[in-house]
Write a protein that binds this ligand. Sequence first.
Ligand SMILES: NC(=O)c1ccc[n+]([C@@H]2O[C@H](COP(=O)([O-])OP(=O)(O)OC[C@H]3O[C@@H](n4cnc5c(N)ncnc54)[C@H](OP(=O)(O)O)[C@@H]3O)[C@@H](O)[C@H]2O)c1
Length: 324
Amino acid sequence: MRAVICRAWGGPESLTLEDAPAPTPGPGEVLIGVKAAAVNYADTILIEGRYQTRPAFPFAPGLEAAGVVLECGAEVRRFRPGDRVMALLDHGGFAEQATAREAETFAIPAGMDFETAGGFAIAYLSSHVAIRWQAKLEPGETMLVLGSSGGVGLTAVEIGKALGATVIAGASSAEKLAIAESRGADRLVNYVAESLKERVMALTEGRGVEVCYDPVGGELFDAALSSLGWGGRILLIGFVGGIQQIPANRLLVKHRAALGSSLRYFRQRAPDKLSRSADELIAWYGAGKLRPLVSKRFPLSAVPAAMAELLQRRATGRVIIVVA
Ligand SMILES: NC(=O)c1ccc[n+]([C@@H]2O[C@H](COP(=O)([O-])OP(=O)(O)OC[C@H]3O[C@@H](n4cnc5c(N)ncnc54)[C@H](OP(=O)(O)O)[C@@H]3O)[C@@H](O)[C@H]2O)c1
């Protein structure tokens, strides 16, 4: 099979498209004939050797995929060959075939195409588990979403609305804010052109927000923390802007909480919550509450160019690798 291979830690340009042996499904695993896979920011860190896991060389990156079940390993109960599925992977999605654990494989709902499905699982599940189980967002609360047109950020906007919150979307340009608005954001803030804290305080009549969803971090974190009201919760989702230090006194004085949320935790330690999140997201999709955005498509031969979209801050919604 054709696969995009990483043979040494480095940038996207070091990846090569090669013929590679097809994986075989172990017990409890399915083999997927991959149709589409999304590029996640984490892929760019994975190939540099800076991610939470460091696969043995050679390996194919690609942390999720959608396609058709080709084969089921022993003990697989819910799927059979021919089923349309999307799955969370350890890696290996940028290839014609990939294996996935049954518990992290989900049936593609009716009406969802493979490209949409290839970019559904990580972005929506990461945001849902964070907002639902970690921040425990309540209807009527206000949530500020940073990087709100990006892969995970845009899903946080939609999930906030589906849970009955008021959503303030933050992004770096008018074009990106228009995308967040198209997915339901109530209020908008361009955090490059204006002060995030001042604008959020103006929008909330000086109260601040109850929840901030932050996949950006770095220099923006200070203003994000200041935008929280009394008892506010800030979700630490990612650090595309750099890893910040958190001044503990500023949590205490306003009774605030900084909450790390890792999809990996739910995959490994709370599979029941992961599965309930998947059920709710698929139900919302069926009810028309979610409108996943696939903004760009690249062939398997152009994975480096697709990764550059994210690294150069141009990506919106999902950037998809069309495999077959
Ligand atoms: N905790 C979890 O479970 C979990 C799960 C999935 C992803 N993540 C993390 O979430 C983060 C975002 O991932 P993603 O796949 O959604 O990426 P993405 O699509 O590239 O979105 C990142 C967003 O961050 C903003 N940004 C600010 N500074 C940036 C910079 N220097 N370079 C690139 N973007 C910048 C951009 O919006 P503006 O230009 O509008 O600022 C962009 O839309 C990553 O750190 C990823 O590892 C965490």
